[in-house]
Design a protein around this ligand. Structure first.
Ligand code: TYD
Ligand code: MG
Length: 481
């Protein structure tokens, strides 16, 4: 007989060890190992006696009913799911506590219930009264959503097996669910995995769509059930800066639609409002006329999004200067700084550098390199960039500005929002298609752009022709030795 298999499971990534250790070798987190019974959900005695049943094998060409989708009625949500919730699919919505997951799902479920579908909302975190209070605040109390505060997966499955199959079931949150088939405490990886498995089985069997809510840890991973990410059909992440009103729903994985598509919302006193033109929103509070800002023409999923990058470069009082970045990859910033220093003679080792993406958006595209570099240099030389220009382009380690995808879409969005010019990679000029209505400033290398901005700085700064004569201002010259 196999003996009880207790082992130590990392609560962050799910790696299992047979003895305790301080650090998980798989994900590098400290103090995340907890003792769990990992013998699996079915007792070994039953498992070994059960005779395998036979099942029919099918051909690829077989006709399956095409994935019928349940449109939520919220355009931004539908965009991210790829057109609505697919029957029998399971979707994980991750996000920081307090970001608005329950609010979003209350709104979506209410709309669907009003449209006549059977919708169930199971809250494992809040009491029925709390959920009702939220619905009242959102003005959705009259929606016929079926509500319960429950945490036992077996109870939930037996309750939902009765009556008509619900079209959509929300489980808020998967971390609070537990099943008797495993012995670990609720919230542990084993429990979360087993509970998710049971719910996924229910979804596939009945054809109900299920949304699992999951919390994320400080480094943005869906806590504990990273394992769940592999089991579900789609993973949506709900992001935003706590202090900002904007919330971004992003598809990280989607078996039935595109990934990297974003939906933009604004948190108001009356719940989440959909933002159909994110560029207008991200540019609505622009600091016109301040050095250190550049507008990046980006692409999120299939949609162009214009956003302002703000940089502050200031002399440091510390031995090691600070580099802080919000909304962009810190290693990308280090790379741009290194290229500026190595190829353009911009000395930044004595300066603190801060970079911020306005509006709480997180940029994942390397195409933001050029805009970041422009903002940084503009702040350093205290020269304002033209307010009617957008920037995009990837910077290579050699300082060459490389082309990026979807140039026409970026230019079209910029023109639509009233921008007059675009600074873009030389090699992308061909794709631009001439009819964008913008004046194009194609740059081949970062050095060219730096020289242009520096020239603006010196014209503005020091008086007279002496500054003009000096093509490279003093702070750009490489120090000897
Ligand atoms: P919630 O949906 O409970 O977050 P989560 O489920 O992700 O933990 O949202 C909580 C926050 O949203 C809370 O700080 C209050 C704010 N909020 C509003 O600003 N307006 C509203 O209409 C609602 C319902 C919440
Ligand atoms: Mg919640």
């Amino acid at each position: 007989m196999a003996k009880n298999t207790l082992s130590f499971v990392c609560q962050n990534c799910g790696a299992a060890y047979n003895r305790w250790q301080g650090k998980c070798e798989s994900c590098g987190e400290w103090n995340t190992l907890a003792e769990e019974d990992t013998s699996g959900s079915v007792p070994v005695s039953i498992r070994s006696k059960r005779k395998g049943r036979t099942f029919a094998l099918e051909s690829l060409a077989g006709k399956s009913p095409d994935a019928p989708r349940l449109s939520s009625g919220m355009t931004e949500l539908d965009r991210v799911t790829g057109g609505g919730f697919v029957r029998g699919s399971v979707l994980l919505v991750g996000g920081d506590p307090g970001i608005g997951k329950s609010t979003l799902l209350t709104q979506a479920t209410s709309m669907l219930a009003r449209a006549g579908h059977r919708i169930v909302y199971i809250s494992g975190e809040e009491a029925v009264a709390q959920v009702r209070l939220r619905a009242e605040r959102l003005g959705l109390s009259d929606a016929p959503v079926q509500l319960a505060a429950e945490t036992s997966v077996e109870d939930i499955v037996s309750t939902l097996s009765e009556g008509a199959v619900p079209r959509l079931i929300v489980i808020d949150s998967i971390q609070t669910m537990w099943t008797d088939t495993v012995e670990s405490a609720p919230g542990t990886v084993t429990q979360v995995r087993a509970s998710a498995q049971a719910l996924i089985r229910f979804a596939k069997k009945t054809g109900a769509a299920i949304i699992l809510v999951g919390h994320v840890t400080k480094d943005g991973q869906i806590a504990g059930p990273r394992v769940v990410e592999h089991m579900v059909d789609a993973v949506l992440s709900f992001e935003g800066e706590g202090s900002q009103q904007f919330r971004i729903l992003r598809a990280v994985k989607n078996r039935f639609g595109p990934t990297d598509e974003i939906g933009v919302f604004e948190m108001t006193g009356l719940g989440l409002r959909e933002v159909t033109n994110p560029s207008e929103l991200f540019l609505s509070e622009r600091d016109l006329g301040t050095p250190g800002t550049a507008v990046f023409a980006g692409i999120e999923g299939t949609r162009p999004v214009l956003v302002e990058l703000q940089a502050l470069v200031a002399p440091t009082s510390l031995g090691t200067p600070r580099r802080a970045v919000v909304g962009w990859d810190p290693s990308r910033l280090s790379m741009v700084l290194a290229v500026l220093e190595a190829h353009c003679g911009v000395k930044l080792s004595g300066h603190d550098v801060y970079l911020n993406v306005a509006g709480g958006l997180r940029i994942h595209e390397p195409a933001a390199d050029l805009a970041a570099a422009a903002a940084l240099v503009s702040s350093l030389v205290n020269a304002q960039l033209p307010t009617d220009a957008v920037y995009f382009g990837e910077i290579s380690l050699s300082g060459v500005v490389r082309p990026v995808a979807q140039t026409p879409a970026r230019l079209k969005e910029a023109a639509k929002l009233g921008f007059q010019r675009a600074v873009l990679p030389e090699s992308a000029r061909g794709d631009a298609g001439g009819d964008a209505g913008l004046s194009l400033n194609a740059v081949n290398s970062l050095t060219t752009l730096v020289a242009e901005i520096a020239a603006r700085g010196s014209r503005r700064g020091e008086s007279g022709a002496s500054a003009e004569k000096n093509a490279t201002p003093a702070r750009f010259r490489r120090s000897e030795g």
